[in-house]
Each structure stands twice: as C-alpha cells, then as structure tokens.
Ligand binder design. Structure first.
Ligand code: KIV
Length: 280
C-alpha cells in the first residue's frame, strides 16, 4: 500500500504528509520496463543521475547531461501510473544562479512530465530552492554525501562524523526552511540521521543513512544485483540478476554453437499462400 493508502497519483504534499506515518518507499528507475516494475510498490521513483554510472558506464555522475536526464525521464514517465516521479538535475545545470536552475528545471518538468526535481547541496543551494519552490517547482534536496561533489570530498566518504555533524544539520535545516518537500540523506551516521529526522519538518529519505529516516531509497540496479562497479555497504542485494543473465547468455551462446537453438518450435513452416495473398 502506498503512503496515501490509496491507488492514486502521489504528489509532493502527499509525501510531506507521510512524515511520521508509513515509511516512504523510493527507488531509482531509468527505463520504461523498470519503471513499470517499481511503480506498483513505490511511493516515489527517482530518475537519478546515477544513470550515468549505472547505464552509461561513466566513472562518476559528473558527465551526465540535461538531455540524458530528459531522455531517461521521458522513458520512465511512460512506465509510471501512481508513484511520484522526480528527476535529478545534473551537475552544472543549476548551481550557477537561481535563474539558470529555474530555466533548466522548467525544461525538465515540461519535457518529461515529472512532478518534481532533485538537486544536491545544502545551505549554499537554499536561495535557489526558495526561488524554484516560489515558482511552482517542487524540490527534493540532497545533503550528506552529494556525489556530484565527489572530487571536493576526495571520494565517496561517510559525511557528518564528529564535529562535521553540525554542517550536515545546518544543510538539512536550510533546505527544509527554503521549501524543499523532502531531503535525501546520503551516507551519514545513524545518530545524525535520527537527529535530523527529528528536527526537520519534511521527510528524510535515507541512502546509507540507517532506518532512522522517514523513508529509504536505493539504486534499483544495485538492489537487483545488476550493477557491480561499486558494492557499497548500505546496499542490500535482493536479487542477483547479473548472475542469472550471465548464465542465460552463456547457455544461449552454447546452444547456437551446437545448433540446439533455434529448435523446431522456433522455426517457421514452409510459406503458404493466404487468401490476402500474403504468406504465414
Ligand atoms: O542519482 C541517484 O540515483 C541518487 C540517489 C540514489 C539518491 O541521487
């Protein structure tokens, strides 16, 4: 059952209203078939810029473009009936100014049909979040480990340890106060996630941030065992689809080489004339 308890399109206010009630279920999707699979089970589906690493083999999310996000967003839109669709703003498409962010976010919403966009950054992005939300663009914020800043962080490290906790708390408070409808907390210690979740009025969506958050998100290819370039500690593998696919492909290759595929059931009989003059 979704957070609204009904089979209906979930909206950003619906996600806010879920805080403190049912845990909010989120996954990423990048294609129509996967969106169709996750939609009946998820409250929110994120077209994450992780698409660059997961589907395009990029070394980080930094090379992802607005056009890529729009193309994948359009594909996901076709697979969703109920879940709230959020599209990630890629690196370089929103940081320059609130005006740049509005122009690109409006394009993403108009061309994909998503209901909200996500952007990374805390205090520094608060004026932009305020600008966008005041103009009708619902924002999912993202603090803690923000992968677009991987070079500044010096790697995909846990954020908010020790005295650094205050920085992450300030970031989460700033984006909530600026009007974001939810905030992703990535790779932060449990005590910090619990404190932020208790202090901010909007739902916290954790990824590597413990069950203390109001909801959880994972990269769908990670939890299905389809993406092996990274194996973060916070990912639970619910399936091993890459292994399954690998052995299916191996069997196909062997059967082609030994002429066991195609079998008689895959072969068309001799063409015969139909009444329409075509052949079957
Ligand atoms: O890009 C992404 O997939 C994300 C999340 C998993 C939070 O930002």
């Amino acid at each position: 059952m979704s957070v609204t308890g009904r089979k209906e399109l979930i909206t950003p206010p619906g996600i806010v209203a879920a805080k403190g009630k049912l845990p909010i279920v989120c996954l990423t999707a990048y294609t129509t078939p996967v969106a169709t699979l996750v939609d009946p089970h998820c409250d929110l589906v994120l077209v994450g810029d992780s698409v660059g690493m997961v589907l395009h083999g990029m070394p980080s999310t930094l090379g992802v473009t607005l056009d890529m996000m729009i193309l994948h967003g359009q594909a996901v839109r076709r697979g969703l009936k109920q879940a709230l669709m959020v599209v990630d703003m890629p690196f370089g498409s929103y940081e320059e100014s609130p005006e740049q962010a509005f122009r690109n976010a409006a394009r993403v919403m108009a061309e994909t049909g998503c209901a909200a966009v996500k952007l990374e950054g805390g205090e520094v992005m608060a004026p932009t979040i305020r600008h966008l939300t005041a103009r009708g663009i619902p924002i999912m914020a993202h603090v803690g480990l923000t992968p677009q800043a991987v070079n500044a962080f010096g790697g995909y490290r846990v954020q908010g340890k020790g005295t650094d906790a205050e920085r992450v708390i300030r970031d989460a408070a700033a984006v909530a106060e600026a009007g974001a409808f939810s905030v992703v907390l990535e790779k932060v210690p449990e005590t910090l996630a619990r404190r932020i979740t208790g202090e901010v009025a909007i739902p916290t969506i954790g990824i590597g941030a413990s069950p203390a958050c109001d909801g959880q998100i994972l990269v769908v290819d990670d939890m299905l065992g389809m993406f092996d370039a990274f194996r973060p500690k916070f990912v639970k593998r619910y399936a091993e689809l890459a292994q399954l696919a690998g052995s299916a492909i191996e069997t196909y290759a062997r059967e082609v080489r030994t002429r066991r595929f195609p079998g008689p059931e895959h072969v068309f009989a001799e063409a015969r004339q139909t009444t329409e003059g075509g052949s079957s």
